[in-house]
Design a protein around this ligand. Structure first.
Ligand SMILES: Cc1ncc(COP(=O)(O)O)c(C=O)c1O
Length: 381
C-alpha cells in the first residue's frame, strides 16, 4: 500500500457506509444541541449586529471555562482563532521555523503535526510518549533542541501529560530558553487534562504556545474554532503568521461555539463522556475474544480506541481489506511518524459515533480478523 497521510485515508471514508476512521464527531446531536441549532436564524442575525471582538472573546471564554482554563489569556490579544486547529499548527510551525527550528516532537502523534512542521523545514527529533518528561527530552537530545511539542491528551493513545510532568517539562524548557508548544485538541474528553495549563505555564515563565480546538467534541458539521494562545513574552510571531492567513473566523461560528461550550459545561460534557465510554466498552467487549487481535486495556478517555493486532498481522493490509467491504478504520503506522513500522500492529476506531455504527464496524472487523492469514504479510508501512 502506498503510504497515504491519515487525512487522505479519512477523506476516503467520508462517503463510506461504515466510517469509524476520522476522529471528528459524527454522533447525533443531543436534545439541547438540537435546540441550539434550532436558533440558527437568531444567531445569524446576532452575528451581524455585535462587534466581532466581543463575539470572539465570548466564544473563547466559554470554551476555556468549559475545559477549566480560568487563567487562559482571553481578552489580552494573546489568543488567535482559526477555522481549524490545523491552521494554528501551521502558523506555529512557521514561527518555529523562524525562531526555534529544532523541535523535539512527541511520538507517536497525529501525522499532520509532523507533516506541517516538516513543510516549514522544522527539524524534528522524536520523543517517545513514554519518555515525555524532562529527563526523556534530555535523552532525546534536549541540549540541541530549541523547542518541545507535546500533544496531550495524545492522539491516538489518549495519554495525558499530568500536571507534575508538565510542570517539569515547562521548567526544563524555561531554564534552557526553549519554546514549549502544547496541542490540547482532545482535552474536552478527559478531565485529567483540564488542570489550569495557563496558570501552570505562566508560573514557570516558559515561552509557550497552546493550541486548543472545539472541533473534536460536538457534531457541529465542521463549524468549529481552533485557537492558539501564547505566553506574554514569546519569540513566536504568531499574530503575523495568523493574520497572513485570515482576517477573522466566522462571527456566526463564534456564537455557535459559545452556545455549545455553555451547553457542554451545563451537562453536555457528561453526556459526551458517557457516549464515548459506552462505545469504548462496545469495542472492547466486541473484540476482546476476536482472533488475531487484542484489546489495549489503558484508561484512555479520548474519542478513539486502538486495537492491537497479533504478531505478523498488518494494520495496513487489514485496512485495505476492510475498505474493500466499505468499512473504514485507520491503520496506525502513520501516527508513528519517525518509525511507521512500530504502529502497523494497531488499528484505530473512532468512538464519536452512534452505537449502531460502532456495532456494525465491530462485526466487520471481527469478520476480517478471521481471515487473518491473508493479512499476515510484510507491512509496507
Ligand atoms: C491532536 C490533533 N491536533 C490537531 C488536529 C487537526 O484538526 P483539524 O483537522 O480540525 O484541523 C488533529 C486531527 O485529528 C489532531 O489529532
Amino acid at each position: 500500500m502506498e503510504l497515504h497521510n491519515l487525512t487522505e485515508l479519512e477523506i476516503l471514508a467520508l462517503s463510506a457506509e461504515v466510517n469509524v476512521a476520522d476522529g471528528h464527531p459524527r454522533q447525533r446531536l443531543t436534545e439541547s444541541q438540537r435546540a441550539i441549532v434550532g436558533k440558527f436564524p437568531e444567531l445569524f442575525a446576532l452575528a451581524a449586529g455585535v462587534p466581532f471582538e466581543a463575539l470572539e472573546t465570548r466564544a473563547q471564554r466559554s470554551y476555556m471555562d468549559a475545559v477549566q482554563q480560568a487563567a487562559a489569556p482571553v481578552g489580552s490579544g494573546r489568543i488567535f482563532s482559526g477555522y481549524a486547529s490545523s491552521v494554528c499548527i501551521d502558523a506555529v510551525a512557521r514561527c518555529l521555523s523562524e525562531s526555534a527550528p529544532r523541535v523535539g516532537l512527541i511520538h507517536p502523534t497525529f501525522d499532520n503535526i509532523p507533516d506541517l512542521l516538516k513543510a516549514w523545514s522544522v527539524q524534528l527529533v522524536p520523543v517517545d510518549e513514554d519518555q515525555m518528561d524532562a529527563s526523556g527530552i534530555e535523552r532525546a537530545g534536549g541540549g540541541d533542541l530549541d523547542a518541545v511539542f507535546v500533544t496531550t491528551p495524545n492522539n491516538p493513545t489518549g495519554r495525558v501529560v499530568g500536571e507534575a510532568a508538565l510542570a517539569d517539562i515547562a521548567q526544563y524548557c524555561a531554564a534552557r530558553d526553549m519554546v514549549l508548544v502544547i496541542d490540547t485538541s482532545f482535552r474536552g474528553f478527559d478531565v485529567r487534562a483540564q488542570y489550569d495549563t495557563y496558570e501552570l505555564l505562566d508560573a514557570t515563565g516558559v515561552d509557550y504556545a497552546v493550541i486548543e480546538d472545539t472541533g473534536k467534541l460536538w457534531p457541529a458539521s465542521e463549524l468549529k474554532l481552533g485557537m492558539v494562545a501564547t505566553s506574554e513574552r514569546t519569540r513566536l510571531q504568531l499574530e503575523r503568521a495568523m493574520t497572513d492567513i485570515l482576517l477573522s473566523v466566522s462571527p456566526f461560528v463564534c456564537l455557535f461555539v459559545d452556545a455549545l461550550a455553555r451547553d457542554a459545561a451545563d451537562g453536555g460534557f457528561e453526556q459526551l463522556h458517557r457516549l464515548v465510554a459506552d462505545n469504548r466498552e462496545r469495542v472492547r467487549n466486541g473484540l476482546r475474544d476476536a482472533p488475531n487481535a487484542s484489546v489495549v486495556e489503558t484508561d484512555t478517555r479520548v474519542s478513539v480506541e486502538r486495537i492491537k493486532l497479533a504478531d505478523g498481522v498488518s494494520a495496513a493490509l487489514l485496512w485495505e481489506q476492510l475498505r474493500s467491504r466499505g468499512v473504514h478504520v485507520l491503520p496506525c503506522g502513520q501516527f508513528h511518524w519517525a518509525r511507521p513500522g512500530d504502529g502497523d500492529c494497531f488499528i484505530r476506531i473512532a468512538l464519536g459515533r452512534e452505537p449502531e455504527m460502532i456495532e456494525r464496524a465491530i462485526a466487520e472487523i471481527r469478520h476480517s480478523l478471521e481471515t487473518a492469514p491473508e493479512l499476515a504479510m510484510q507491512s509496507t508501512a
